[in-house]
Write a protein that binds this ligand. Sequence first.
Ligand code: C2O
Ligand code: CU
Length: 448
Amino acid sequence: MRQLLVFVFAALVFVSCKKEQTLTSAPIIQERSQSLSLPPEAIDQSSEPDLVRVELTASLIPNSDGQAYQYAYNGSVPGPTIRAKRGDTLEVVLNNRLGFPTTIHWHGVDVPWEMDGVTWMRAPIADGTSFTYRFTLNQVGSFWYHPHFNTEHQVDGGLYGMLVVEDPAEPEVDDELVLVFDSAHEDKAPHGAHGHGRKITHWRVNGERLPIYESEGGRIVRVRLVNTSNVGFLALRWPSIRQIGSDQGLLPSLQKPSRILLAPGDRADALLYIGENDFNIVTDIYSLNGGDAVGEPMDIMKVQVQNPRAVTTTVTWPFPGGTVTPDPGHTDILYAFAGSDRTGQWFINGEKFPNIKIETIPLGETKVIEIRNLSPTEHPFHLHGMSFEILSVNGIPPPYKMIEDTFTLKIRDRLRLLLHANNPGDWMTHCHILPHAGDGMMTVLRVQ
Ligand code: C2O
Ligand code: CU
């Protein structure tokens, strides 16, 4: 009965929101626009200053025709934004009410191995049970969480959210938006094809198609971006992009890229300068078979200015600086990514997970890893447990010191990275195109 009431209430809220939207919406239903909504903020149940305690219940949500999602954390897609500050201990109680096992993986966070949410040598969290994830946050940045069991299906079904770790030294801006991107695909069938090989029809921002963010002019707004799509790449553009952060918090210095490329799993922090003109955030059509594909850029979010006014304030960020570490020249571990869409077979070093050879690094050592992409498709390389520094791509060092946990290899790329193996465990190493990982493009890097 209580559930029914909650549902009726939710339906009423939904209907009343809908009413408001009709004021601004265009007549064609597919083109309807509405105000940007932000994912709910997770409620911190702890009274201790350095402990953040959050409860997440994973459950089924009503999936009527045309509704994309089946699963949710606390009834919401995206799931609640978890917010903490550097040095906090985070405790997340996961209640599994899905009807099947699940886990939570803390993408980009250097957690102890038992908290990593993988099912390599560990059982997933059974339906009807709870598990408490507990770890200390030593990094700063925009991270995300998602299941790591039957991953492709569960992430596609709507299980994901953002984890923001703040640094009190970072300046405040006029507003901050968490923007969680997911792609929608041409096939109506909610599951089965998982967006694999299907054309992206549109993107959703925080669950909505083409939302409108309304703002006063003269403001600087920080956006925390994450691409949670199983397969879709974003190549985001808007007027005067200022990128301040990437996977692992602030960049060494302010960057002014012409666009921000976000592969599945990638994050970026950027500033929107909202001045005198409306603008759209668009994505170029990007193909994982090599750069730009044919097709018009797609609008994914509108920014509408209320009282146009030039931006006069400047914010100075405590960028950490830092120079690129010179490549030591030797290679300790080599991973060759191979396979093709034609065969649907994906390999690392000719192997398919879980039939793999485990590479081992002694705890505390620094190693050079080289990854070669021998396939005719791009792959976002992702490592659990530790972030890494990019030494070079095809022999060319990056323009600034890049610390990443997810980094895209274009076709034929040779990526070299430096890893300080300071976190003991069996760390999953895989492509973050989830169908590729699911087909076996995953291995284990052991630190002991
Ligand atoms: Cu976000 Cu192993 O993944
Ligand atoms: Cu891949």
